[in-house]
Design a protein around this ligand. Structure first.
Ligand code: OSB
Ligand code: MG
Length: 374
């Protein structure tokens, strides 16, 4: 499969409403897209790095530098046949998984189109529908949060995840549980707590939470294992799990009972499948996390979520919760049962609105293989 050109773009997309986590507020996304052209086909990938290096060490700007100077030229030179070859091609570049995933996932999209099957089928997916939950940011008041939850439940979403931090936790859970005793409810701290908060975290056990996501340090396994021994609520790791070896270490140490898989955080589909399989073999359920993606990243998240062990509702939700105008057609929609119907058309299953992307683009770079001098 000859790669004719790689086109990298940065697009700016304002969120419908601000999204607040324990580490900050996002109002406007700066998203990098990778378009890979090969023999008349076009694969697309999205880089899920944040605008600032708060979720992980990557940001839109670091990813741009690494894609333009390192990873793009590597793919142009090697013209991989399969998305699964990318980790080998990228092996000399350490870290930078979100930058790597943007290109690797575009190659999987191309490969699926060449084979005439969906990315889901190429990955070995087994689901025709996926179960959806929502991740709700920190709000300025509890009544505002309750109103949002009411709306999301009425839309059909199967699970509500609340972003939390010290000062926005037990009182919130109490009010939500009083109103909705039976809903599937979880929380995500994005590393907002420390060991001195142990007794406070153990008190979360009173709210029948499906899980608590990443309560402690972003790079920790050991202290999560200590905390898990004291808590009944299952711990789910997000930030800590960068690859299959991390998943094995976390499971073996008892640091978590559930794993959140994000394509960008683990470096693309190959490693996501490896983490999925490691968890499956050890009886640990997984679900697909989100990073405020545009439609391209969303389409890839949907394909990943069709693998067997994605047995809990994920954070993959409707385009309209984030964007007035998504860059794919049709946009992602969720049924009144809280499910996304998986497209079986070749590749990512959604058309890309290149006209809209052109209007949103603020920088663009084209990379081709160096012409051989005769
Ligand atoms: O930890 O899951 C997270 C968004 C940005 C950074 C980290 C996280 C999130 C979310 C959003 O929870 C989930 C979504 O995209 O809907
Ligand atoms: Mg998380």
């Amino acid at each position: 499969m000859k790669i004719d050109a790689i086109i990298l773009r940065e697009i700016h997309m304002p969120l419908v409403r601000p999204f607040q986590t324990s580490f900050g507020v996002t109002r406007n996304r700066r998203i990098l897209l990778a378009e890979v052209q090969s023999e008349g086909l076009t694969g697309w990938g999205e880089c899920t790095a944040g605008e600032r290096p708060f979720f992980s060490g990557e940001s839109t700007d670091t990813a741009w530098q690494v894609l333009v100077n390192e990873l793009g030229p590597m793919i142009a030179a090697e013209s991989p046949e399969h998305g699964g070859e990318c980790p080998r091609i990228f092996r000399t570049v350490r870290g930078n998984p979100m930058a790597k995933a943007a290109l690797e996932n575009a190659i999987w999209d191309l490969e699926a189109q060449r084979e005439g099957i969906s990315i889901s089928h190429l990955l070995g997916g087994v689901r025709e529908t996926i179960s959806c939950g929502v991740s709700l940011g920190i709000q300025s008041s509890i009544p505002e949060l309750l109103e949002i939850i009411e709306h999301e439940l009425a839309s059909g979403y199967q699970r509500i995840k609340l972003k939390c931090k010290p000062g926005w936790d037990v009182e919130v859970f109490e009010r939500v549980r009083n109103r909705w005793p039976g809903i599937m409810l979880s929380c995500d701290a994005n590393s907002a707590y420390r060991l001195r908060d142990e007794d406070h975290l153990v008190s979360f056990d009173g709210f029948d939470l499906l899980m608590i996501e990443q309560p402690l340090w972003h790079d920790d396994f050991y202290f999560h294992s200590v905390l898990q021994k004291r808590m009944n609520t299952p711990i789910c790791l997000d930030e800590s799990i960068r690859n299959r070896r991390d998943a094995l270490a976390a499971i073996e140490m008892g640091s978590c009972q559930i794993i959140n898989i994000k394509l960008g955080r683990v470096g693309g589909f190959s490693e996501a499948i490896a983490v999925h399989n490691a968890a499956l073999e050890r009886g640990i359920p997984v679900w697909c996390g989100g990073m405020l993606e545009s439609g391209i990243g969303r389409a890839h998240n949907i394909a990943l979520s069709t693998l067997e062990n994605f047995s809990l509702p994920g954070d993959v939700s409707a385009s309209s919760r984030y964007w007035t105008d998504d860059i794919i057609e049709p946009e992602v929609t969720v049924t009144s049962q809280g499910e996304i119907l998986v497209s079986d058309s070749p590749g990512r299953g959604y058309e890309v609105r290149t006209d809209l992307i052109d209007r949103l683009t603020v920088r663009k770079e084209t990379i081709r293989a160096m012409a051989l001098v005769a």
